[in-house]
Design a protein around this ligand. Structure first.
Ligand SMILES: Nc1ncnc2c1ncn2[C@@H]1O[C@H](COP(=O)(O)OP(=O)(O)O)[C@@H](O)[C@H]1O
Ligand SMILES: [Mg+2]
Length: 251
């Protein structure tokens, strides 16, 4: 079967820094891939190359069999690749509901016409999405007033308005307090459950969350993949214990 995502021999350098080298990844329907690695390992660079925000120096990236390596972010989004950012990209002056309505309208290429976007069907669809993310009680709140965790959830909900083929989440729980990370990721994954065939690649530092939600783990170190496989096996690999979880001393 054609994988949803295929990266072949992808490399990216920033001057002397190797942010990616020899990256080979195939991701298929339904996978929940936890992307792990210490700061600077190359996780965001990989997400940015898949979504077109960075161009690889070498290699090829395909989505559902189509080469997207040279396409720009908008073209790649139009081919069904959705993402959240480490810092949510929202309209702070608009309400939660209006943010979702704008995301829906943009997906339908009805740019900037908020009044048209507020028709009853659109609002119904937006409310259904907000319910899935447990945001229905906040729908009239102005986004700028909301805590980081709620903004993260909203950002991900907005990414889903496009019914993506592939969803990329860069540190979805990074802006929230430690005791909110678990329930937040549970909410995200439960909301995604209704799009169960859409594979999800999520960057996460908390290994308990990775073990709870990933069906597969890919570990990066210094721009290279040092483990890729079943979560427990990947986390038990010596290089992962040395360079990611810090369970083994570095040499
Ligand atoms: N735009 C950029 N310009 C220069 N160096 C960059 C840029 N983006 C990332 N890097 C470098 O590439 C390496 C990988 O970064 P990044 O992908 O952000 O890591 P991670 O997301 O795993 O923390 C780091 O050494 C980082 O400093
Ligand atoms: Mg990062």
């Amino acid at each position: 079967m054609v994988p949803v995502l295929e990266a072949i021999a992808v490399a990216k350098r920033f001057g002397a820094v190797t942010a990616a080298e020899g990256i080979n990844v195939r991701i298929g329907a339904g996978e929940r891939v936890g992307l792990i690695g210490s700061n600077g390992a190359g996780k965001t660079t990989f997400v940015n190359m898949i979504t077109g925000y960075l161009k690889p120096d070498e290699g090829r990236i395909s989505v559902a069999g189509e080469d997207v390596t040279r396409l720009d972010p908008r073209q790649i989004a139009a081919r069904g690749v959705a993402r959240s950012f480490q810092i949510p990209q929202l309209f702070g002056e608009l309400s939660v509901l209006d943010n979702v309505l704008v995301a829906q309208a943009c997906g339908e290429r009805r740019f900037g016409i908020l009044r048209a976007a507020r028709d009853a069907l659109a609002v119904e669809r937006a409310d259904e999405l907000l319910r899935r993310f447990r945001l229905q009680d906040q729908r009239r709140r102005r986004v700028a007033e909301l805590p980081g965790g709620v903004r993260k959830l909203l950002d991900i909900a907005m990414a889903l308005t496009a019914s993506p083929k592939l969803l990329l989440l860069d540190e979805p729980t990074s802006a929230v307090a430690a005791d909110e990370k678990f329930p937040m990721m549970d909410t995200i994954m439960a909301a995604l459950g209704e799009d169960a065939t859409t594979p999800v690649l999520f960057v996460e530092h908390d290994m308990d969350i990775v073990m709870r939600h990933a069906t597969r783990v890919i570990a990066f170190y210094s721009g290279r993949i040092i483990a890729d496989g079943e979560p427990a096996a990947a986390l038990a690999a010596d290089e992962v214990r040395r360079y990611v979880t810090g369970e083994l001393a570095t040499e």
